[in-house]
Design a protein around this ligand. Structure first.
Ligand SMILES: Cc1ncc(COP(=O)(O)O)c(C=O)c1O
Length: 414
C-alpha cells in the first residue's frame, strides 16, 4: 500500500481541502426575491404569505389542512396537544429518531414508550402492538431518513384504534403506495430547519385532513386565542382564550422562503435519489457496508443516506469510521443514538435490551453526505475516502484500538 493510500487519520493527505457537510440548504435567486418581496409587503407575521405557503403545502401533501408553525418541534408539541395527550397517557414511538419526537411527549406530561424498529428502520408494527396498554393514547411513527413509516401496517397491527402522528420532519416528498407523506397519518408534522430539503431557516407545520385537529393546532400556535391579530384589526377586537397555547407562529418572510423552496421539492428529491442510487452502485461491494433499505411500495424523500457498518467485516468500529471520514474533510455523522439510552431517558427507565434492533443499528449507522447541491465529484470523494479507510483498517487488525477509543460523539445533529 502506497503513502497515498494512508487515510488522513493515520497521517495521510485529507481527501478534501474544503469540508463536505452531511446536508446543506440550497438557495437560489428566486428564494431571495421571494423573501425581499415579502419583507416589502408590509406584513412581517401573519398575512397572505402564510396562507399561501399553507395552501401549497396542503396541496403537496394531499391533505385538507396545513398549519405553518415555528419549528418541527413546535409542530410535534401542537400535534400531541391536539390529540389531548396528558399526564397518565403513554405514547408509543421509535427510539431511532431525533430526541425532539420523544421530548414532545414528555413536555405534554405523558410518557413516551419505545417500541423497536423493523428492517425499514421505522417502527415495527408488531412491536408497536405489543407495547399497547390501557394507558396508550397515540402512536408517533417516525419517517427515518425520509422513508415513510408504514402507517397502514401499524394501524392494522394495533389491538384497538389509536390516532397516529407521523413525524415527517425528514420525509416531505416521500410516498407510501403512491400516496404522499402528509396524507398517511391522522396528523403529520414537518420541519423546515436549515438542513432540511425544503427550508424556511427554522420552521415547521402540521398537516391533517381533520378540521378539528387543524383548528386546535391553529389556536395552539397563537396562545389558545379565538382570533388572530389580523382578524382583530377589523371591527371585532374582542377575543377569548379557550385552551393553553403559546407563540409558535412562523414569520411571513419565512413562509415566503418556504413557498419558493417548495416549488423545487421534486427536482431536489430527484437529484438526491440519483445520488442515493449512485452511492448504492459505488458502495454495494465494499466489505462491511450494508446499504439503506428500499422497502417495496415506498419512496423515500432521501433526506439522509445512512449506511450500516459491520465492524468485523469493515475492519474497525463505527465511531472510528466517522472519525476517519471527518479527518478526510467529510462531515459524516450519526442519526441517531437510541433515544431511550440517552441520559435523560435512562433516568426515566430506559435500559439496554428494550429495543434490540434499534440499539444494534444505532451502534452501526453512519450518515454520509447527501444533498441536492452535491456534485458527483463530491460524492466520489466520499466513496474514495471510505474505500481507503476500509482497506487500511482491514489490513491492520487492531489499528483502531492502537489509536485509542474515539471520543464520544459531540453534540447531536438534527
Ligand atoms: C425526526 C425529527 N423530528 C423532529 C425534528 C425537529 O424539527 P426542528 O428542528 O424543526 O424543530 C427533527 C429535526 O430536526 C427531526 O429530524
Amino acid at each position: 500500500m502506497s503513502a497515498g493510500d494512508r487515510p488522513a487519520i493515520a497521517g495521510g493527505t485529507p481527501q478534501r481541502s474544503r469540508p463536505l457537510a452531511y446536508a446543506r440548504h440550497q438557495l437560489d435567486e428566486a428564494d431571495v426575491t421571494a423573501v425581499v418581496e415579502s419583507l416589502r409587503s408590509g406584513a412581517l407575521t401573519g398575512g397572505p404569505d402564510i396562507a399561501r405557503f399553507e395552501r401549497l403545502l396542503a396541496g403537496v401533501c394531499g391533505a385538507a389542512h396545513a398549519v405553518a408553525v415555528s419549528s418541527g418541534t413546535a409542530a410535534l408539541d401542537l400535534a400531541v396537544a391536539a390529540l389531548g395527550v396528558g399526564p397518565e397517557d403513554e405514547v408509543i414511538t421509535s427510539p431511532l429518531t431525533f430526541v425532539a419526537t420523544a421530548n414532545a411527549v414528555v413536555r405534554s406530561g405523558g410518557s413516551p414508550v419505545f417500541a423497536d424498529i423493523g428492517p425499514d428502520r421505522c417502527l415495527d408494527p408488531a412491536a408497536v402492538a405489543a407495547r399497547v396498554t390501557p394507558r396508550t393514547r397515540a402512536v408517533i411513527a417516525v419517517d427515518y431518513a425520509g422513508m415513510p413509516a408504514d402507517v397502514d401496517a401499524i394501524r392494522l397491527a394495533l389491538p384497538r384504534p389509536l390516532p397516529v402522528i407521523a413525524d415527517g420532519a425528514q420525509s416531505l416528498g416521500g410516498r407510501l403506495g403512491g400516496r404522499p407523506v402528509g396524507s398517511l397519518a391522522d396528523i403529520t408534522t414537518l420541519s423546515f430547519h436549515a438542513v432540511k430539503p425544503v427550508t424556511s431557516g427554522e420552521g415547521g407545520a402540521c398537516v391533517t385532513d381533520d378540521g378539528a385537529l387543524a383548528e386546535s393546532v391553529r389556536r395552539g400556535r397563537n396562545h389558545g386565542m379565538t382570533s388572530t391579530a389580523e382578524e382583530r384589526s377589523a371591527l371585532n377586537w374582542r377575543y377569548d382564550v379557550t385552551s393553553l397555547g403559546s407563540n409558535h407562529r412562523m414569520t411571513s418572510f419565512q413562509a415566503a422562503l418556504g413557498a419558493a423552496q417548495l416549488s423545487r421539492l421534486e427536482t431536489g428529491r430527484e437529484r438526491r435519489r440519483e445520488l442515493a442510487d449512485r452511492y448504492d452502485r459505488l458502495l454495494g461491494k465494499l466489505p462491511g457496508i450494508t446499504l439503506p433499505p428500499r422497502p417495496p411500495e415506498r419512496e423515500s424523500s432521501w433526506h439522509l443516506y445512512a449506511v450500516e457498518v459491520s465492524p468485523e467485516d469493515f475492519g474497525c468500529p463505527r465511531d472510528k469510521v466517522i472519525d476517519a471520514l471527518r479527518a478526510e474533510g467529510i462531515q459524516a455523522t450519526l442519526h441517531y443514538p437510541a433515544v431511550h439510552l440517552l441520559a435523560m431517558y435512562r433516568s426515566r427507565g430506559g435500559r439496554p435490551g428494550m429495543a434490540p434492533r434499534a440499539e444494534r443499528l444505532a451502534e452501526r449507522l453512519v450518515t454520509l453526505p447527501l444533498f441536492a447541491g452535491m456534485t458527483d465529484a463530491d460524492q466520489d470523494d466520499v466513496v474514495a475516502a471510505l474505500i481507503r479507510i476500509q482497506s487500511w483498517a482491514a489490513s491492520r487488525p487492531g489499528w483502531a484500538v492502537e489509536h485509542g477509543e474515539p471520543p464520544a460523539h459531540p453534540g447531536q445533529p438534527t
